[in-house]
Design a protein around this ligand. Structure first.
Ligand SMILES: Cc1ncc(COP(=O)(O)O)c(C=O)c1O
Length: 436
């Protein structure tokens, strides 16, 4: 294992990093002793053929992919490299509208055109799985060079990944599967041409640790490595890579997790206003607040201030919690108790099915001059920036789309309920960057 090799490493360091592993001087608070650079015997991530290759081979075996790649810059770098490998300037990428902003950034970096498949939303305002029939219609109309979907989603919705890939392959189109939230699902990487997963989101790995997998013949693994080496750091952290190695040896006890999760959900049966939503991903729990007088953000704030519980994500009508086989399950009891107590003080509210703004229209002409507009007076202007709630980082509007009344109202409603709405240039809520 990489850890043992790092522990044993004791050469006199006339090399980077500058801390020289001097824990006598710097103390042991941070793992300086494990932090080396690519010295002889420790391989090179840009063209691995030693211990790092062994880790990638281990990942390949676990995820049954043809090729696996260590990522130390999160799923983000794997997604960017995937898009840069699969398309060239002017190509069309057919992507689910509920993709993370890294997918939008990748399309922009590649100079490709984005076309969207918009999954339906359920009555709680949560994107459903991709409709395979609609996907085929869209493939036929826009003839993409790449399809990108997210599965599982932030809320834990899992699409028919196998059917989607079979359909795409019928037309010779590769699929990039953003499985940032699905590193625990070891069967995922067999279907898609490129699968990217954040080990750090649901498994025991340090933040930024992720993997990419390339399978099949539509995407060249060699080209993927080249693109990755263009955008990933040339000084990968051995601590992060060690964490990836350790994580690949970890066997999550999913049965125990499922059991404890079921018990938690059962305890929450008594909730009157709050509603537990289960989308099938055992690592996620969604709690809907729309039938009560508080927003998701207010629920998250209450859990934090009164019960010392921090959730993963809070939006207008729900919160998302990440569960893991590393959880201290006694905390599930504390969570259930907190929810029951909060619920008992809530007032019932009428809730019609939640709606999201329709997909904004693309402007037919684009200008090259820009200016800030006050949000309230930006109606019918063409946005020159992204606006998204973070998390989950799914854009509400992208550059080149026309700002609608619905969108302004949606942004204002979300801001007033405390949702963290951001824009590329950071001037929201006051101003939005538009074409002049
Ligand atoms: C669906 C999805 N894809 C990709 C990413 C980026 O992952 P990372 O933070 O590992 O770069 C995220 C991050 O939240 C995400 O939610």
């Amino acid at each position: 294992m990489l850890y043992d090799k790092l522990k044993k490493y004791n050469r006199i360091p006339f090399h980077m990093p500058g801390h020289k592993r001097n824990t006598k001087l710097l103390g042991n608070k941070l793992p300086y002793d494990l932090d080396i650079t690519e010295v002889e015997g420790f391989d090179n991530l840009q063209s691995p053929d030693g211990i790092l290759k062994e880790i990638e081979d281990k990942a390949k075996k676990i995820y049954k992919s043809d090729h696996s790649f260590i990522l130390v810059n999160g799923s983000t770098v794997g997604i960017l490299a995937g898009i840069l490998t699969a398309v060239k300037r002017g190509d069309t990428v057919l992507m689910a509208r509920n993709c993370h902003k890294s997918v939008y950034n990748g399309v922009e970096l590649a100079g490709a055109n984005a076309e969207y498949i918009v999954p339906e939303i359920d009555k709680y305002g949560i994107f459903k799985a991709i409709n395979v029939k609609k996907l085929e219609e869209k493939i036929l109309s826009v003839k993409p060079k790449l399809i990108v979907i997210t599965s599982p989603t932030y809320e834990g919705v899992i699409s028919e990944n196998c059917d989607i890939c079979e359909l795409a392959h019928k037309y010779g189109i590769p699929v990039l599967l953003d499985a940032a939230h699905g590193a625990d699902l070891t069967e995922l990487a067999q279907f898609a041409d490129i699968t990217v997963m954040s080990l750090h989101k649901t498994l025991p790995a340090l933040t930024q640790c992720a993997l990419a997998h390339v399978s099949g013949t539509l995407i060249s693994a060699e080209e993927y490595r080249i693109k990755l080496s263009m955008i990933q750091t040339s000084s990968p952290s051995y601590i992060l890579m060690c964490s990836i190695d350790e994580c690949l040896s970890y066997k999550p006890n999913n049965l125990k997790l499922l059991n404890e999760r079921d018990k938690l959900i059962k305890k929450c049966d008594v909730l009157n206003r709050l509603k537990i939503l289960d989308y099938g991903d055992i690592y996620k729990l969604v709690i809907f607040t729309g039938y009560s007088n508080i927003s998701g953000v207010e629920l998250a704030n209450k859990l934090r201030s009164d019960y010392n519980i921090e959730v993963e994500m809070a939006c207008r009508y729900y919160i998302v919690l990440v569960l893991s086989s590393c959880d201290d399950y006694s905390n599930y009891n504390k969570l259930a108790k907190a929810l029951i107590r909060i619920d008992s003080a809530l007032i019932e509210a009428k809730c019609s099915p939640i709606k999201l703004p329709d997909l904004p229209e693309k402007a037919s002409e684009l200008s090259t001059s820009y200016e800030y507009a006050v949000l309230d007076s930006s109606l019918n202007r063409v946005s020159a920036e992204y606006v998204w709630a973070y998390p989950p980082g799914i854009p509400l509007i992208v550059p080149g789309e026309i700002i609608t009344k619905e969108l302004i109202a949606y942004i204002k409603d979300n801001l007033s309920s405390g949702v963290n709405i951001q824009s590329t240039r950071g001037k929201l809520p006051e101003k939005i960057y538009c074409q002049s």
